[in-house]
Design a protein around this ligand. Structure first.
Ligand SMILES: *Cc1c(COP(=O)(O)O)cnc(C)c1O
Length: 353
């Protein structure tokens, strides 16, 4: 076994997806499983599909290419780069868009491949990340509707990603109203109204999702069992589908306060220390090049994370529930940031059980 390791429990991911897709399906909503946090690990995609996701979604074309073998619709989540238009049309069935130049380039690329590319036009309802400003949506659709190799599949929005705006019945009803205005103006039917990410789960739980929203794009809720509007646990899901595991390389009793003048730490911060006298300190062989240490939660409740440099993480194990020795491993739950960092680090051994 090689450490540090990130271990995914596939059955738990499948279970979480099932709980969420049943909840969504009960509201007439389909779940697109978002794989980006694990760089589109195929086992994650498979667990999501087995759990009831109807499509796979990722922010990067490189990741969608990894998912080529799965015969389900694939969505490109990040607004495409103009320079990637040909690949987008090749590897994504649907892309989320907000720029008319890019949509025109997709149209040209699709024409060259004799394809029709489907787009979801992203509408900014106030979170100030991607999307056309909601009041100007029809300025865009007037152009889109003229393109022969683009099909306007529907509208979408993304909230609680930059501005922290929480999805509500009101803001999502605005999205539905704009969709209906478009349908009336051009005499078309919009097939998809994509109502956001894991921060929209609370609306499903409270039965407050506007009718006509029929797609939700879920990453965090599936992998961590938390909704992201209020950070609450989703009942009936696992929050420990992932374990970060690191090996103890030094274990000694030392003071809790450094000796000497305190300068900057390796990352330019000024460290602060609390004097707890002599403590039992463990160093595990994992650092900031492997994980975001402040997003780890030790499973042994008696352990405190004191800090980390590039390759070392220092733990206070004085009150640990277990008696550790050098060579033992310590397990952690992860938050989203820690999961993203450890899944992306080439030094972390990714395992599926
Ligand atoms: C990452 C992302 C998602 C999924 O977000 P979660 O909070 O992980 O559910 C959905 N939509 C877009 C556009 C994204 O970039």
């Amino acid at each position: 076994m090689q450490y540090p390791a990130l271990i995914m429990d596939k059955a738990k991911i499948k279970h979480n997806t099932k709980v969420l897709s049943e909840l969504a399906n009960n509201h007439g909503i389909k779940v697109a499983g978002v794989t980006k946090v694990l760089s589109a690990l195929p086992d994650l995609a498979e667990a999501m599909l087995e759990g009831g996701a109807y499509a796979l979604a990722d922010s990067r074309i490189e990741n969608l290419i990894k998912l080529k073998a799965f015969n389900v619709p694939k969505l490109l989540l990040r607004i495409p780069m103009l320079t990637q238009a040909a690949d987008v049309v090749q590897y994504a069935d649907i892309s989320l868009n907000s720029e008319i130049e890019v949509i025109k380039a997709l149209n040209e690329a699709a024409k060259a491949k004799n394809k029709v590319h489907q787009i979801i036009l992203m509408v900014d309802l106030g979170d100030l990340r991607e999307g056309v400003w909601y009041e100007k949506t029809l300025v865009y659709t007037d152009e889109i509707i003229k393109l022969d190799n683009i099909r306007l599949l529907g509208l979408g929005t993304n909230l609680t990603c930059y501005g922290g705006v929480i999805p509500s019945t009101e803001n999502l009803s605005t999205l539905v109203a704009i969709a209906e205005e478009i349908e009336g103006k051009y005499g078309i039917k919009l097939e998809v109204i994509s109502g956001g990410n894991s921060s929209s789960v609370h609306l499903l739980l409270k039965n407050q999702m506007p009718k006509r929203v029929n797609q939700i794009r879920l990453g965090e809720a599936i992998v961590l069992g938390t909704e992201s509007a209020y950070g609450e646990r989703i009942e009936g899901t696992y929050n420990d589908a992932f374990s970060f595991v690191a090996e103890i390389v030094e274990l000694k009793e030392k003071p809790s306060m450094p000796i000497g003048e305190i300068g900057m730490d390796a990352f330019g911060g000024k460290p602060v220390f609390q004097d707890n006298g002599i403590i039992k300190r463990a160093i595990v062989a994992a650092g900031r090049q492997d994980v975001k240490h402040d997003g780890l939660i030790p499973r042994d409740k008696g352990i405190n994370i004191l800090g980390a440099s590039s390759d070392h993480m220092i733990l206070d194990v004085t009150n640990a529930e277990k008696e550790y020795k050098v060579g033992d491993t310590i397990e952690f739950n992860v938050n989203y940031g820690a999961l993203l960092a450890s899944a992306t680090s080439e030094y972390v051994n990714k395992l599926v059980k």
